[in-house]
Design a binder for this molecule. Structure first.
Ligand SMILES: Nc1ncnc2c1ncn2[C@@H]1O[C@H](COP(=O)(O)OP(=O)(O)OP(=O)(O)O)[C@@H](O)[C@H]1O
Length: 266
């Protein structure tokens, strides 16, 4: 069974509530369907405004769609009781592009990474400290870094802290919304390598939202492209992506082919 199934999802944001009437903008998502398999990464590409982040929010349970279903391990995300919702919140995590605004600047790394543990696990303070230390080391930082505040880290280091917080509860799916986009190329490749490593170690699944075809191609198993709220291409095997006849996808593919001699003949 797929880990996540998005079935025919249509969504429009509410614009205003005028007395009893709630008005809505034009749909941002129209008839979107896709799947994410256990332990796999789906790269979601598309131009600005295509609806990628909105789909990410719908998948995280944050934006209830007007139409369609989101099934996580067969369970309807928007039709569950409180205890199932709590479990789902553990299993679904997110890392955003802006590593600085994703954390409270007054908290230490220990408090940032420890927050989900405190909310969901009943660990003694000693156990929690040890777990935070292990998580810091797991993402390539030092256990001693737990006393530092966000401003004492570089952008890449802080994104590692956000990743440590996201994996703290051993989730099943992490939405990575432009998670490496604001980093320089070298840091970006290190973080992509870390994400790949964590994925294979813990059997994590990712929704990797990005504008960057090269980053998406390097980390993903499957690829999808959105245009104006619709999924115009969805390839469960990224190799099929290179053969897509869709003109928008061909343009994306050309940009990777030029740098990968192996694929130039395609
Ligand atoms: N909270 C909101 N209320 C109203 N409209 C919104 C809201 N969030 C996003 N939108 C609109 O929905 C559309 C899709 O936005 P979304 O952020 O999902 O696209 P995106 O593909 O992630 O773009 P980007 O890559 O620039 O982040 C845009 O037209 C945007 O203005």
């Amino acid at each position: 069974m797929s880990l996540l199934q998005v079935k025919d999802v249509t969504h429009a944001y509410a614009s205003s509530t005028l007395f009893w009437q709630s008005k809505r903008h034009a749909p941002v998502l129209s008839g979107v369907s896709l799947t994410i398999e256990p332990g796999k990464c789906l790269g979601l590409l598309g131009t600005s405004g295509a609806g990628k982040s909105t789909l990410g929010k719908v998948i995280l349970g944050l934006e209830k769609p007007q139409k369609g279903q989101v099934l996580f391990q067969g369970m309807n995300l928007y039709d569950t009781d409180a205890s199932a919702r709590r479990r789902l919140r553990r299993d679904l995590q997110v890392v955003f592009q802006d590593c600085y605004s994703s954390v409270n600047p007054r908290m230490t790394a220990e408090q940032i990474i420890g927050e989900p543990l405190q909310n969901y696990e009943s660990l003694s303070s000693k156990e929690q400290k040890r777990t935070v230390g292990e998580l810091l080391e797991r993402v390539g930082l030092n256990a001693d870094d737990m006393t530092k505040h966000p401003h004492q880290f570089s952008g890449g280091q802080l994104q590692r802290i956000n990743i440590a917080r996201a994996i703290a509860l051993k989730p099943k799916l992490i939405v990575l919304d432009e998670a490496v986009s604001s980093l320089d190329m070298v840091t970006q490749s290190h973080i992509l390598a870390l994400l790949s490593d964590l994925k294979s170690t813990y059997g994590l699944s990712y929704l990797f939202i990005t504008h960057d075809i090269k980053a998406a191609y390097s980390i993903s198993d499957a690829l999808a492209v959105m245009e104006k709220g619709e999924v115009v291409e969805f390839c469960e095997d990224k190799a099929q992506f290179l053969q897509s006849p869709h003109p928008g996808v061909r343009n994306l593919v050309q940009s990777i082919l030029s740098e990968h001699p192996r694929y130039r003949s395609l």
